[in-house]
Design a binder for this molecule. Structure first.
Ligand SMILES: NC(=O)c1ccc[n+]([C@@H]2O[C@H](COP(=O)([O-])OP(=O)(O)OC[C@H]3O[C@@H](n4cnc5c(N)ncnc54)[C@H](O)[C@@H]3O)[C@@H](O)[C@H]2O)c1
Length: 318
């Protein structure tokens, strides 16, 4: 399949790699020349991590990957002849609307248009003639490591398009979840947001340190989650205890305040996270590339173990 990806940032370059790994030919573009110029080295670094973990052949990037992903500065040339066009640009409705309007003039009627939006209902932004072949395909970062893909139809999306895109995702070895309709944040981002709200409240209240909040998640919650998720774990705990725990809870979920004092303080001091060397934690002068590579190395080792173990209740995806 010929695939065009618009936006070569955090998600776009990773998506280009995922589709190339699946044997597709990819054209990648970005309105910022510097971002497009950086994409090949990020893709190559990701391939090095995958090769070191034995996920791809050591020479895959040199012999196949580099040729399968073409960085193209011009939007019209990027989408020429594309079967699937993926929009992975900045999460701003005005920017997305503008791109869809331009694409409407460039694409053949048969092209499928997929947005990677995290929270936006993009369907009202898409021209009417494109609605039947438009959908959301939402990936998680880094997409070459995280397998979940949310597939969301718009009000007029053809069921054939949803079925074809679900099959495409399955053929990439990923896990598609098909929604009946759009909800902002899907399932995984909503659960993640609920955790983040509670974590930021505890942090602002100074109940324990930032390290001990992460220790609680890593050593308390995380081990069981890949095997049991949330609902199968509740079955193991027993539903009577779940009922009692719900009835006895003496605290309310945190209100949505729209901010976290600790984050505001850190940002005011120039601490934006790994990219600046310090966020909640001091990353000891290590470069972002070094840290991303180490993160990927550890995630790949975990993924190998997870593949061998798998979830206890084999979930059927929709
Ligand atoms: N970062 C994540 O973890 C993540 C995860 C899932 C989904 N998403 C979604 O994916 C999309 C992209 O997010 P990201 O994190 O990669 O953002 P990003 O800022 O890293 O990259 C977006 C890129 O789009 C480019 N761009 C903006 N307008 C453009 C245009 N008109 N034409 C071509 N390129 C344009 C920008 O120059 C930028 O390089 C967003 O909708 C976001 O919500 C992000």
């Amino acid at each position: 399949m010929k695939i065009a990806i618009i936006g070569a940032g955090t998600m776009g370059h990773g998506l280009a790699l995922v589709y190339a790994l699946g044997g597709h030919v990819v054209a990648l573009t970005d309105s910022r020349a510097e971002t497009l110029a950086t994409a090949p080295s990020l893709i190559e670094a990701a391939c090095r991590s995958l090769a070191e973990a034995g996920e791809i052949a050591p020479d895959w990037h040199a012999t196949q990957g580099a040729a399968a992903i073409n960085c193209v500065p011009d939007l019209a040339a990027t989408v020429a002849g594309a079967d699937l066009v993926i929009e992975a640009i900045t999460e701003r409705p005005d920017a997305k609307r503008e791109v869809y309007t331009t694409l409407d003039k460039l694409l053949p009627p048969s092209a499928v248009l997929a947005s990677n939006t995290s929270y936006l209902d993009v369907f009202p932004l898409i021209p009417p003639a494109r609605q039947a072949r438009a959908l959301i395909m939402h990936w998680y970062t880094p997409p070459y490591l995280v397998d979940l893909v949310d597939i969301v139809p718009g009000p007029q999306t053809s069921p054939d398009v949803i079925a074809a895109m679900r099959q495409l995702v399955l053929d990439l070895g990923k896990v598609p979840i098909v929604f009946r309709h759009f909800i902002s944040g899907y399932v995984a981002n909503r659960v993640q947001s609920a955790i983040a709200l509670e974590v930021y409240r505890l942090l602002d209240e100074g109940v324990v340190s930032a390290a001990d909040i992460d220790n609680s998640v890593i050593h308390g919650l995380a081990l069981r989650m890949p095997v049991l998720g949330v609902l199968a774990k509740a079955d193991f705990t027993g539903l009577p205890l779940q009922r009692d725990a719900l009835a006895n809870r003496t605290y309310a979920p945190p209100p949505v305040r729209g901010r976290c004092d600790t984050i505001d303080r850190l940002l005011a001091a120039g601490n934006s996270g790994v990219m600046s060397g310090r966020g909640f934690f001091d990353w000891q002068g290590r470069t972002p590339e070094d840290l991303f590579r180490e993160r990927d190395r550890r995630l790949l080792a975990l993924k190998r173990a997870f593949r061998a173990v798998g979830p206890l209740q084999a979930p059927e995806t929709s």
